[in-house]
Ligand binder design. Structure first.
Ligand code: GAL
Length: 369
């Protein structure tokens, strides 16, 4: 046990600590409960399920207690869950937001109680009451996806060949979506100008390409509509997809339209999150050919260590102070690097590193509905 800079005690003996980060005039210090509230967005995607458990384990390892809740993609539910965590006097909140601008009110209540708020993976906007941001280089995610398309199709600078590509983006109310999209579009831009990449639908903005709540079925519907309208007599060569769930919806629509997975004219489809079912398609050549792996173990470690640092009386480590403006301030951030994963390196990156087992990939069951 040692005395922290903030003059409070913390130790493995279970003595509760308090965070005063950002605790200003009129704010009560958080009560000494030793609790961290973890508000995750949804259980429909494997990553958040794994991360919730991982965060709990790490925090418990530091002698902290946790309350973990999933908002199931419903904003009012997440607001209620956070409110109830505040009522239970948590000292920290780790929040994977559902709606990026929907938490201002509840977080101001958290701030009034001196609770430290860590925005987890997705930046919470339009509130001064976010203390830290733990995430990945989200722009780079889009860059990797677009580079995969260019490499896989073998598009050369100034090529006279034309490739038809369609773009998908994520949920409009998730701040990450614009970064993924921008990284992808910036990387494809010179090919689009020069004419080797064409987007027959003309949908090149975030809004028409968006996929509400990252929903696979919504992506499937949009892909079907695009195929019906623009690809009756034209081949589709690639789809820039920001997330594995969306990618699988896109692939379902392609299969329904008689594109044959594994054949030479099956479009290149990208993804993100290294979900087992998507890794299975990448491994077997039966759908998307890429995913961007964000090692969420490292992200959970960063967020848990932020808590520990504050408890220990020091400032959390950050590596970016000038990228993520949430409308009130540049939120001090720790950003990790995403990794491009294909059939060539999935084993090394996600299996050998212990992120997912080969069995989990092989046994992954198809999406329902
Ligand atoms: C984003 C996240 C992605 C993906 C997506 C859908 O915010 O950064 O990795 O998980 O949500 O859940």
């Amino acid at each position: 046990m040692h005395l922290s800079r903030r003059g409070l005690l913390y130790g493995s003996a279970g003595v509760a600590a308090v965070s005063l980060a950002g605790c200003g005039a009129g704010e009560e210090p958080a009560k000494l409960t030793g609790y961290t509230g973890i508000a995750m967005p949804t259980t429909t995607s494997t990553r958040w399920v794994v991360e919730g458990a991982d965060l709990e384990e790490r925090l418990k390892g530091y002698g902290y207690k946790t309350i973990l809740e999933y908002g199931e993609d419903d904003i009012p539910t997440q607001v209620e869950q956070i409110q109830s965590m505040i009522d239970k006097n948590v000292e920290f909140l780790i929040v994977g937001a559902i709606g990026n601008t929907s938490l201002g009110e509840v977080l101001s209540k958290a701030k009034n109680k001196g609770i430290t708020v860590i925005s987890y993976d997705r930046l919470i906007l339009e509130t001064p009451d976010v203390d830290y941001y733990a995430s990945f280089d989200n722009y780079q995610v889009g860059v990797l996806q677009a580079k995969h398309i260019i490499a896989k199709l073998g598009i050369e600078e100034n090529s006279t060949q034309t490739f038809n590509v369609e773009l998908f983006s994520g949920s409009l109310d998730d701040n990450n979506s614009q970064y993924f999209f921008l990284g992808g579009l910036d990387t494809l831009e010179s090919y689009i100008y020069q004419g080797s990449i064409v987007i027959p639908s003309g949908q090149t903005e975030q809004e028409p390409t968006a996929t509400e709540r990252w929903d696979r079925k919504i992506a499937r519907e949009r892909m079907t509509a695009l195929l019906d309208e623009f690809y009756k007599d034209e081949p589709l060569h690639a789809v820039l997809s920001p997330y594995d769930g969306i990618s699988r919806g896109v692939v379902e629509a392609l299969v329904e339209a008689d594109y044959e997975p594994g054949s030479d004219d099956f479009p290149v489809v990208t993804g993100q999150d290294a979900e087992p079912l998507s890794l299975k398609a990448i491994k077997n050549g039966t759908g998307q050919s890429e995913t961007v792996f964000k090692d969420t173990r490292l992200l959970a470690e960063v967020a848990a260590k932020m808590v520990k640092s504050i408890v220990d009386g020091s400032s959390p480590e950050v590596n970016d102070l000038g990228t993520y403006d949430n409308g009130f301030k540049f939120v001090p951030s720790y950003l990790l690097s995403p990794v491009d994963v294909t059939a060539e390196n999935y084993e090394q990156e996600v299996v050998d590193s212990g992120y997912v087992t080969e069995e989990a990939i092989d046994d992954a069951t198809p999406d329902e509905g």
